[in-house]
Design a protein around this ligand. Sequence first.
Ligand code: ZN
Length: 218
Amino acid sequence: MAIYVLLGPPGGGKGTLAKLLRERFGYLHISTGDILREEVRRETPLGRQVRDCMGRGALVPDELVGAVVAARLAEDEIRRRGCFLDGFPRTLVQARLFERLLAEAGLALDRVILMATDDVDRLIKRLTGRRVCGQCRAVCNLVYSPPRQPGRCDHCGGPLEQRGDDTEPTARERLRVYAEQTEPLVRFYEERGLLLRLDAAREGLELLSEVSLALGLS
Ligand SMILES: [Zn+2]
């Protein structure tokens, strides 16, 4: 049972890594973004608070995200299968909050996996090319993993949609916010000896073997 955090800029390939950890190694995926979007879709009180923040690429308040994470950490399945977090923590304040939540749950963080890159153009291309299936929520990318039939999901044939936060102005704003607020976490976790740095350009088997080796999985 291990707990990991995925770190890296928007568009840096965290989604690919998440899929690997989930499908190949059976870890639970705690994506605070997905959980919050689901709240928005269902128009819950939490969802309504979140909607304005996300629409303009701003960060969701810590107490909201913290409550979502604390609820997940309390689940038995986390202890059985292990998990990885994606989208939290994303500020130093949240990183300290996360240390407290883990301690309260009697858990410890094993590794923070960073998808490292400096190639901003590539990130923008990936972010604006991303499409989500309106039916099964599968994600594809017009640039890197184009659907076989234009506008249709490969898995279920559902309609592909561009998320409101995947347009270019919002993508640039998200990268700016990442550099300012989240990048300091690299140093924070480096100092704690928890950081594992992966090259964000790696994909497929190359990424799989690097992750397996680094985390001692097989
Ligand atoms: Zn689909």
